[in-house]
Design a protein around this ligand. Structure first.
Ligand SMILES: [Cu+2]
Length: 453
């Protein structure tokens, strides 16, 4: 309870409404109404008619499908702003139609954005291995961008106080595995994220129309491997649960040492990373120094503002502290965000595979979030994941998990939410966990307003 109040206080501080927020927040319905005229850009740098593809200062531009120009996600005039919705976690791409929630500040040529959320409540995990706890997951992020020389410089800092606001070892979550605590592999718990989740810089510059290069370095940062990390995905914007496939898909999002180079050519982006393949240790407040012993490469495709897809491969030298040895990870994913008759729908389809000691573990995930309007949000996730670390006599088991939930904003940006998860399991798992355990959670969620572009 004490930790919960600390986070709620932090959330209040985080969400206290600064003066600059007012211009960018809106409480109308963003996707079902006709497009309002784009507001004049607040940036003094942006010529009002600047096209994002015309200037060297906009190397991340997307090929625009003009059919989408009629929708509310009209391109703003500011080239720094125009590229923002398409930039996912690390160097990943997300659909340009993705919503952005942040406070924004323009000062001395810099555009600053402050994101984050706090989700605090009661977590009930049923069955013989279940646990119950008050928990508060949270992250905070500051991003600064400016034109510098022939390109754009982006700085990012992302933090999390979860080590203080979740129980020792992590948040109770049935069948979740990955990382360790006090020399024991974590089981039925989601590890807290490190205080420093990302401290990174990126520089992007245009070589020609529709062709640009970028370099990215982070300590910690996110290599070019996997789909966009779950906490940033539009399809999981209100679903705070880590996917059970996290450690087969996007678990490298906190990597202590990353260097990435990439090229963007029309709708394609090709990247390669060298990184420290060790998972973060259980001390969540330190920097885990290590060699760049692992590598990855990713090909992303953004054929349309509403769609992105990626395939990626990574060789992780020895990620796990307790089970040394290399892991080869392959992932593929498709993301879509667009207006529908029911509201704005964001969907991701994700596959991830780990090959370790000649054993292949598979994970499949389908998740979606439907923003009915600015106040009502529904979400769901279905996964099939091979789990090898459940501590059962037979090592590998395939678990199915279905989560359904929703959040209703009581006042804008402060929502009351709940979700429930049911599982499918084989007989051996059922004997250990109890037959068809159920998990649910009720929570309050705080976050910044959605930006109106
Ligand atoms: Cu994680």
């Amino acid at each position: 309870m004490r930790l919960f109040s600390v986070t709620m206080l932090a959330g209040t501080l985080l969400l206290g409404s600064p003066a600059w927020a007012a211009d960018h927040s809106h409480h109308g319905m963003p996707m079902a109404t006709p497009s309002p005229a784009p507001k004049p850009s607040p940036s003094p740098m942006a010529p009002p008619s600047a096209s994002p593809s015309a200037a060297p200062s906009a190397p991340d531009d997307m090929p625009m499908d003009h059919a989408h120009m009629d929708e509310p996600m009209a391109m703003p005039a500011d080239p720094l702003m125009a590229r923002m919705p398409a930039l996912g976690s690390g160097t990943s791409l997300q659909p340009l139609t993705s919503p952005m929630r942040a406070w924004m500040l323009h000062r001395d040529g810099w555009m600053w954005m402050f994101h984050g959320d706090v989700v605090g409540g009661y977590d009930y995990q049923g069955g013989a291995r279940g646990a119950q706890s008050w928990v508060a997951e949270n992250w905070q992020m500051a991003m600064g961008s400016r034109v510098l020389g022939p390109g754009i410089l982006d700085l990012r800092a992302m933090t999390s106080l979860e080590a203080l606001t979740t129980p020792p070892g992590g948040t109770p979550q049935l069948f979740q595995t990955g990382e360790s605590y006090q020399g024991v592999p974590l089981r039925d718990k989601q590890h807290p994220h490190d205080l420093f989740m990302e401290l990174a810089a990126r520089y992007s510059w245009a070589l020609a129309d529709q062709t640009s290069l970028f370099v990215y370095g982070g300590f910690p940062g996110e290599p070019a491997l996997g789909p966009e990390a779950f906490m940033h995905r539009p399809s999981a914007m209100d679903n705070h649960w880590a996917p059970l496939g996290h450690h087969l898909q996007d678990s490298t999002h906190i990597t202590f040492g990353v260097a990435t180079a990439g090229v963007r050519w029309h709708a394609l982006q090709l990247e390669a990373s060298a990184f420290n393949g060790k998972e973060p240790d259980e001390n969540r407040f330190n920097f885990d120094v290590g060699p760049l012993d692992s590598w990855s490469t990713r090909l992303s495709w953004a054929p349309d503002p509403a769609w992105t897809a990626q395939v990626s491969f990574g060789h992780l030298a020895s990620p796990e502290a307790l089970e040394p040895g290399p892991i080869d990870r392959t992932t593929a994913s498709v993301m879509h965000v667009d207006a529908t008759a029911w509201g704005r729908l964001a969907t991701s389809l994700i596959w991830g595979q780990n090959v370790q000691s000649a054993r292949a573990l598979q994970s499949y995930g389908l998740e979606a979030q439907l923003d009915r309007d600015l106040l009502t949000h529904l979400y769901g996730r279905f996964e099939l994941v091979d789990k090898a670390e459940l501590g059962l006599p037979t090592p590998d088991h395939r678990i199915g998990a279905l989560t359904l939930g929703g959040v209703r904003d009581l006042v804008p940006n402060v929502g009351l939410g709940a979700d429930a998860t049911v599982y499918s399991q084989d007989a051996e798992v059922a004997a250990a966990y109890g037959f068809n355990p159920v998990a649910f959670r009720i929570y309050l969620r705080l976050r910044p307003p959605e930006l109106r572009l």
